[in-house]
Design a protein around this ligand. Sequence first.
Ligand code: NAD
Length: 317
Amino acid sequence: MKHVLVTGGAGFIGSHLVERLLSDGKSVVVVDDLSTGSLENLRTVEKQPNLRVITAKISACVELPGLVAGAEAIYHLAAAVGVELVVKSPIHVIETNLHETEVLLEAAAPARVPVLMASTSEVYGKSQKAEFSEEDDLLIGPPHQSRWSYACSKLMDEFLALAFAKERALPVVIARLFNTVGPRQTGRYGMVLPRFIAAAKSGAPLKVFGDGQQSRCFCYVLDTVEALVRLQNSAAARGEVFNIGGGEEISIHELAKLVIETLGSKSSVEFVPYSQAYAPGFDDMRRRKPLVEKLARVTGFEPATSLREIIRLTAAD
Ligand SMILES: NC(=O)c1ccc[n+]([C@@H]2O[C@H](COP(=O)([O-])OP(=O)(O)OC[C@H]3O[C@@H](n4cnc5c(N)ncnc54)[C@H](O)[C@@H]3O)[C@@H](O)[C@H]2O)c1
């Protein structure tokens, strides 16, 4: 029986995807170097005979050619992720996101194994549009601001994947994920919702960076996983780029207040300048809202979980 290969399968989104694939009756092989992921994320499924976890970088995984050849599909989620990591370790981020994807696509090309690649809404960069569509022009900040290296490296991954689709007939689909949240997401690398929930639970102030008027749309991780599976299984999605994200837009200040209210916390909200939170000259986007018509048209997917419910489910983790 062929397996499904999940790179980054011990990460936040990857581990939920692995659980889903196993419950669908698939055999799953995970390749993860545990740089930001953890075996703890796979605790609920670690004893399942249909799961094999290989702890290695993609590029250092000696079994990779055989694993790819024996795969019915590949989900490529491994990446260097998180604003803090991007600002502090840009070399690591650029090298990981470019090199590891290239190695994976090269391995997948001969047998033409379908690859779903996780990209990011960060590629929309500083675009001022109210809603982002897959066909939009992209406006990335200058290279001396290292936070844009994440967007650029993931965008190069998109170019490379589509180039493999065109030149080598590799079936690829690109999922541009907007803010994805839920149980197991760690606040360690600067992710906002787990930071807020941890602070609200302990009674510490919720630290809002900047003026808090920057807004985002949050999608529950199991909704995201549903969209990923539908895209991978859709022939019409091949060679295409899709936004995946929640529909409810909320400012970060409002999010902090909603977390406090939903969890009945006594915490306060504290504003921290970006220069102090990250680095002088840190550049953020004011809004980041996806247009998801294309995803709905091709897969019938719509996010199902409200933000209040997401906060409850994540806090219960
Ligand atoms: N969480 C979000 O809101 C979000 C938003 C946009 C895009 N994404 C994308 O989704 C994917 C998964 O992100 P996540 O939030 O689950 O982050 P995560 O850090 O939890 O997952 C990434 C996983 O990849 C692994 N990894 C990193 N480099 C590796 C390498 N060279 N070889 C093998 N494994 C490696 C890490 O150990 C980790 O388990 C990433 O590609 C990310 O860019 C996530």
